[in-house]
Ligand binder design. Sequence first.
Ligand code: IMP
Ligand code: MG
Length: 422
Amino acid sequence: MVDIILGLQWGDEGKGKIADYLTPKYNVVARFQGGPNAGHSLDFEGKKFVLNTIPSGIFHKTTLNLIGNGVVIDPVRLREEIQRIVSECPDYKDRLLISQKAHLILPTHRILDAASEAAKGEGKIGSTLRGIGPTYKDKIGRSGIRVGDILGPDFLEKYRNAVNDHLGIIDFYGFTDFDLSKDELLFFDALEFLKTHQIINSEYFIHDCISQGKKILAEGAQGSMLDIEFGTYPYVTSSNTLAGGVCTGLGIAPKHVGKVFGIFKAYCTRVGSGPFPTELDNETGEYLRVKGHEYGATTGRKRRTGWIDLVALKYTCMLNGIDELIMMKSDILNGMEKIAAAIAYKINGVLSDQVPSNMCSAEIEPELVWFPGWGEDLNHTQGFEVMDERFRNYVLFIENYLGTKIRVISLGPERESTLVKG
Ligand code: IMP
Ligand code: MG
């Protein structure tokens, strides 16, 4: 059976911590989409790691970790990431599996990302500039290069053809701020390193695991509101971040999907451009950013902050078929005088509880409900039932609005600050 954990907002919900927390229950943790635009933070035993491409189960000695076909891999970044974790898990090679069908991010994909964003000017997406969009573009355009290709005799020819195409486009953009020969040295070196890993036909591997009754956790990256189909298009990422993406991103049939866990923050953030109806472009927003350390784990950029948006959350619960919710960073709201949540959007004076398809052009005013704040100390060790009533009211309101149970509440970055609500 394959369970899924994914983010319900615009990413950075805390998937790394929860995937790591859930890992002991699973035999395999698998990434099914995205690439090194992701930054999954894990804190344990006083150490902090940020994972970009490697699944969050890597630190558990009995868990296998699969980078699935739906992922795009930058070998240079993957090598750097491995260098950061290798002292913690010297045996990682036995437990890291890479799909032959995962597409490769070439150095020119990164340059294309930068050239395309520069050409967009004011209208830029705010991409992480990791080459994600151009790599998926080539995949859909049927000219991508996959990890399995690096072992073939015609790899260099494929590579040169792709690079020539890319250089033509980069030239068309008039973009010159790059040094390809330096990037290529690193790239080819990293490819040799990549070849020393377990590069497999991963759909058969997953299928065998399912047949043997093993438990698999599919770990989403980015967030549902960044999904290429249903997110705030065009201010989205280039992959299917929703539960549906697990089937194509790993090669499993829908009937093998078990539980879908949806993870959200007790407030809301977004990094990069695009609509964000509940954004607080003020002192309160700055307070949340500082207290919540809301700076990109991958790019270090300032995240935009705002109140929780229940309209968008209900939409992503619907799209993903969420079974259980996990609420993160509730402690960041501790000690605030009052807290708001959006329960409807006002568009041209008309109230709606639906996310409009033209979210980018519509002027959306959020309809807020206010809650009295709770104290500084949530003291969760005795369980949810005896916690501050004002906090419990906030949690119960969200559950009620979404029609879905919140099973886990996280009150800090460490593995221990996690309350199972039941
Ligand atoms: P790209 O996926 O790097 O092209 O970025 C597209 C948009 O998605 C930008 O607004 C990014 O900031 C955002 N984005 C991409 N990956 C993440 C992530 O892991 N967390 C949060 N936002 C992300
Ligand atoms: Mg992140």
